[in-house]
Design a protein around this ligand. Structure first.
Ligand SMILES: Nc1nc2c(ncn2[C@@H]2O[C@H](COP(=O)(O)OP(=O)(O)OP(=O)(O)O)[C@@H](O)[C@H]2O)c(=O)[nH]1
Length: 677
């Protein structure tokens, strides 16, 4: 049973009816000379900051435009954002169509008579009027006079807007959408969209923004219309059907350089029949021609010429495979320290991980010491939210399948992994050889005497299903993008993993920063053509109506009705890694969040915390030593970017701090501190 309580069902017509019964003269209202109350001013300032923060510096939207839109929408930031973005979008579309027609003239627009603030609604639609009236009622500025003539107000629809240089048609009544506004018991607002049968949560308190009083009476605009060409899909139902069949998981393979990650996974894919004999023979032939025959299996995943020639993985390779109960998207990460940013971007997409250890004498030790990648990778995947780990103790063929060596490695590794935050029962050690293929799919004869546990294949089939943020607003961190669409269609294609929410063909998505939106024309989820996708899916999405210059790796695509805030100033709780020099105020770092990496400065050391209890041990410390836990203020130095708190979104709320090629700390965003102008 739903725990939501219907507060009120409203549509624009209802509000109009209500307004008609209210006695006032709309023309009598003097917008220009209206004195703002201190409350008005405070609301205006907060709202302006929030709106600017969300849309960023969009060309054509001045502070004055924001103020006027806020004023007209009674400080409702969601409606204001939707309106402003819509206007810019329409303006661009109009410019484009004028170009197509070979005309560079803009359609003349009549000037607004009564508003010289530089901005006016082009077409005060009936609901604008109603809201205005509602505001006037609430501020007590209306004179008790004649009834408003709605039709005359609507026909007086030729005001101009500086952000919209072309003519606009009034929106027809049929197009006005109905929203049922629901209120959650905890005070969070839930918008229930009748048309798409989907719930979207929006809890501004969780963002600590406290921007506006959430009124159960306000009318909220829905996301832009859905193309009638596409029948709406009940994505949650489809998701359930898909997962009833086999649970989908993103698996990252990490470990020190040359530990054998690509060989191990390449060989497993071959044994599973994912690579045919002919291709495998070709890889064997070609790799031996360049004197790298031992890399034949690695070539299944290392596809570029440079990777094959150098014998190292440089970027994340993505492949799919299935076990009896799981459907995996495999992310093979580079081990070399130069490519850690790529590794982070891959690991950020992962639910579970395989940590590959080279058991060869001296090699395990090299990977495990201070500047080896075994420790760093383990810390990184844990900090990025991975809780379940399979440790593949690899290359055991080189050490004669020694049980002693296997145990020695576990003895050294296990305390470290516990310290890094992996629970004992979530870490499983598997002896194997990626080169000979033993204990990958079938039990090795060489370990029968001392090992009776599962093979690698059996163990990964036991990974527990992850918790997906399906009921949160849509979020995707852009990991790549290119011109051209899926299967030859036009547009721009964006790649990334959906961190929260669901989408389907026909939906509009907003790019933050920038505030442009595009319409989803095509989708590929986990390498398969699809009409929908949900949190956890690695997708390709073809968008139309979007300028490619608006996209950047690390940008967030989000739901139009629930944009992600943009800021360059955050409060984070971090765990400091094994660093040589303590962190001090003013420390420059590179901040990583999914595929995003941005220069930043630690501007304030706020507290040192007790690692186990989280209690404050010291306020305003002068430095943060290695292995400490602390809260710090961080400021991005280049540009503001979209951030969400960990409380709001566990996936987007995690960060990583690196300096001089080393990861120095990882943590979570606990507050968004201020907004950028
Ligand atoms: N003897 C033996 N050699 C192995 C085994 N696994 C991998 N190798 C060899 O180790 C070398 C490196 O293997 P890769 O699979 O490229 O290692 P990687 O960890 O993917 O390398 P990066 O991604 O570049 O860090 C190759 O020569 C492999 O043949 C194994 O189980 N036994």
């Amino acid at each position: 049973m739903s725990r939501h309580r219907v507060v009120r069902s409203l549509n624009a017509a209802d509000i109009l009816a209500e307004t008609e019964n209210y006695d006032y003269d709309y023309d009598d209202y003097d917008d220009e000379n209206y004195e703002m109350t201190p409350e008005d001013k405070a609301q205006m300032d907060k709202g302006k900051m929030f709106v600017r923060n969300v849309i960023g510096q969009v060309e054509g939207i001045s502070d004055k435009d924001i103020e006027n839109a806020l004023w007209n929408y009674y400080y409702n930031t969601e409606d204001t954002i939707a309106y402003l973005l819509d206007e810019v979008h329409k303006s661009k579309a109009n410019k484009k169509s004028q170009k197509k027609l070979g005309s560079n003239k803009t359609i003349p627009v009549k000037k607004a008579g009564s508003n010289n603030s530089g901005f006016a609604f082009n077409t005060p639609s009936p609901d604008d009027t109603a809201l205005k009236a509602q505001r006037q009622r609430n501020t007590g500025t209306l004179k008790d006079k004649a009834k408003q003539d709605v039709s005359s107000t609507s026909s007086n629809a030729s005001a101009s807007s500086p952000i919209l240089k072309t003519a606009q048609k009034p929106e027809s009544k049929e197009k006005q959408l109905t929203t049922v506004l629901l209120e959650e018991d905890n005070g969070a607002e839930v918008l229930y969209d009748n048309n798409v049968d989907k719930q979207l949560r929006f809890d501004m308190e969780a963002l600590n923004l406290n921007v506006e009083n959430t009124s159960s009476k306000k009318v909220t605009k829905l996301p832009p219309k859905i193309s009638p060409k596409h029948k709406r899909i009940n994505v949650l139902e489809e998701y359930k059907k898909r997962n009833d069949n086999k649970v989908a998981l993103n698996l990252v393979v990490v470990g020190h350089v040359d530990a054998g990650k690509s060989t191990l996974m390449g060989h497993l894919l071959y044994l599973l029949g994912e690579v045919n004999e002919k291709t495998m023979k070709k890889y064997e032939r070609d790799s031996s021609k360049i004197g790298k025959s031992s890399f034949a299996y690695a070539w299944i995943l290392d596809e570029t010429g440079e990777e094959r020639a150098r014998g190292i993985t440089m970027d994340i390779a993505i492949t799919k495979f299935e076990t009896e109960h799981r459907r995996f998207t495999l992310l093979d990460a580079p081990g070399h320290r130069d490519f850690i940013p790529n590794m982070i971007s891959g690991a950020a997409q992962a639910d579970v991980a395989i940590l590959v250890i080279d058991s060869t004498t001296g090699e395990f030790e090299a990977g495990f010491e201070a500047n080896g990648q075994t420790k760093e990778h383990a810390l990184l995947v844990r900090s990025l939210g991975v809780q379940q780990l399979v440790v593949a103790i690899n290359k055991l063929d080189v050490v004669s399948w020694s049980q002693d060596r296997f145990n020695e490695i576990i003895t050294k590794l296990s305390p470290f992994l516990n310290q890094a935050g992996f629970k004992k029962d979530k870490v499983i050690y598997i002896p194997c050889s990626g080169l000979t293929g033993e204990n990958l799919l079938k039990r090795s004869q060489n370990i029968l005497e001392w090992y009776s546990g599962p093979t690698l294949f059996q163990q990964i089939d036991k990974f527990e299903p992850p918790i997906r943020l399906l009921d949160k607003p849509f979020r995707l961190s852009v990991s790549d993008f290119f011109k051209g669409g899926i299967s030859g269609m036009g547009g721009i294609t964006v790649a990334g993993k959906i961190e929260a929410g669901t989408i389907q063909i026909g939906d509009d998505v907003l790019v933050i920063p920038g505030g442009e939106y595009g319409v989803i024309k095509g989708l590929e989820a986990n390498d398969e053509s699809s009409k929908w996708a949900a949190a956890g899916d690695s997708i390709l999405m073809t968008l139309s109506g979007l300028d490619i210059l608006q996209l950047k790796v690390g940008s967030i695509l989000c739901s139009v009705s629930h944009p992600v805030p943009v800021t360059s100033y955050i409060l984070a709780q971090i765990v400091v890694f094994d660093i040589k020099v303590p962190i001090t105020k003013g420390f420059p770092v590179i901040l990583h969040r999914q595929s995003l990496n941005e220069p930043a400065i630690i501007t304030k050391l706020v507290t040192i915390l007790d690692k186990s209890t989280g209690e404050i041990v010291k306020k305003n410390p002068r430095c943060l030593p290695k292995a400490s836990s602390a809260t710090v203020e961080i400021k991005l130095t280049n540009r503001p970017v979209p951030f969400e708190t960990y409380k709001e979104n566990k996936e987007l709320g995690r960060i990583m701090l690196r300096k001089g090629g080393e990861t120095i700390a990882a943590g979570i965003i606990i507050n968004i501190l201020s907004y950028n102008s």
